[in-house]
Design a protein around this ligand. Structure first.
Ligand code: UTP
Length: 286
């Protein structure tokens, strides 16, 4: 079945970016001049997704406002002849069909995904984490959808991380079946360095079959007392294949201070109007 729906969990507390995230969703923090979530929605749309469900929570209203129309602003831009910005603002509203549901409490990524059950119904669906910006050509989600069409089952994106960092991620035990594509034999959330089955870490992109909801309901709280998607994927290995794709592209974890700063610098360097000025400035810093 074709993948046409995506779920974007964006209900986390963003404690690593406090105090900035006390009154502002981290997914709405600007990267150059667009909120991080805008890039994530763009990736979904460029991957052929038609309907998007954003999982929001307390204090996340800015997300809903961002993708909504703003007639007063549009009129103002029109009156003042700022047609370029006007077009850009209008495009945001027309990007995709966006739906929302609120996670009642931040009980983990797995719990957030459970809120998508009715939206997803019986179709395979994509999950894109709202705080991971991925730049690649073709878009990462599009590649995952193609792998799902080839192999069926669940598909995830992975990236090599430094061995000493494995305990911050979900880590897979891989069997390479062709360059950059693996059958996953096991998956474990935040393993100790000496127990990690590899240094291939899950990042924020998945294609899941609706069977995942059964497992998410059954597993109890895992690492950090939260319902972990990784734990549900592990149990699902009993009857569902899991394939992993090693990302060819750049990924920015904007939920982390350093990742957020790097994202701003690198994406600014990709803009013609900013590149030379920024490079000159960076070179001048002692
Ligand atoms: P993270 O673990 O990176 O988000 O979850 P967090 O909990 O907000 O971050 P810190 O550690 O406190 O800084 C990955 C993604 O899952 C979403 C987050 O919004 C993020 O996009 N998430 C996480 C939820 O939607 N609900 C949750 O209960 C937890």
């Amino acid at each position: 079945m074709r993948v046409r729906k995506a779920v974007i969990p964006a209900a986390g507390l963003g404690t690593r970016l406090l105090p900035a995230t006390k009154a502002q969703p981290k997914e709405m923090l600007p990267v150059v001049d667009k909120p991080a979530l805008h890039y994530v929605v763009e990736e979904a749309v460029e991957s052929g997704i038609e309907d998007i469900l954003i999982i929001t929570g307390r204090g996340k209203r800015a997300i809903v406002d961002y993708f909504d129309a703003y007639p007063e602003l549009e009129e103002h831009l029109e009156r003042s002849g700022k047609y370029d910005v006007l077009e850009e603002i209008r495009k945001i509203t027309e990007m995709a069909n966006i739906f929302y549901v609120r996670q009642k409490a931040p009980r983990g990524l797995g719990d957030a995904i459970l809120y998508a059950k009715r939206f997803v119904d019986d179709e395979p669906f994509a999950v894109l984490l709202g705080d991971d910006i991925i730049l690649s050509n073709p878009p990462c989600t599009k590649t995952l959808i193609e792998l799902h069409e080839e192999f069926g089952g669940n598909v995830i994106a992975v990236e090599e991380v430094e061995v000493e960092d494995v305990s911050r991620y979900g880590i897979v035990k891989p069997e390479e079946i062709r360059e950059g594509v693996y059958r996953v034999l096991d998956i474990v959330e935040k393993p100790r360095v000496d127990e990690a089955p590899s240094n291939l870490a899950t990042m924020g992109r998945y294609i899941l079959t609706p069977k995942i909801f059964d497992y998410l309901k059954k597993i109890g709280p895992g690492y950090g007392g939260e319902i972990q998607l990784t734990d549900a994927l592990r149990v699902s290995l009993r009857d569902t294949t899991l394939h992993a794709y090693r990302l060819r592209g750049r990924r920015y974890d904007i939920g982390d201070k350093f990742g957020y700063i790097i994202a701003n610098i690198e994406l600014a360097l990709m803009r013609d109007e900013l590149r030379d000025k920024l490079l000159e400035y960076l070179r001048s810093i002692k």
